[in-house]
Design a protein around this ligand. Structure first.
Ligand SMILES: [Zn+2]
Length: 56
């Protein structure tokens, strides 16, 4: 249950996105200068880790 809440939290970050770069969908690493984009990229990686753990 805790994992689900964490997932929702991460998804919200991705859905909210970056106001400066609305086209950025965290498919590729962020350039590193824009904090909302970096935040999105980190959220995407955490989300991927959570999904991988579930599949084990
Ligand atoms: Zn950005």
């Amino acid at each position: 249950m805790k994992r689900l809440l964490k997932k929702i939290e991460l998804l919200e970050i991705l859905v909210t996105g970056c106001r400066i770069h609305p086209a950025y969908r965290a498919i590729r690493p962020a350039t590193g200068r824009c904090s909302p984009c970096v935040k999105m990229w980190k959220a995407r990686q955490k989300l991927n880790n959570l999904v991988e753990k579930e599949e084990e």
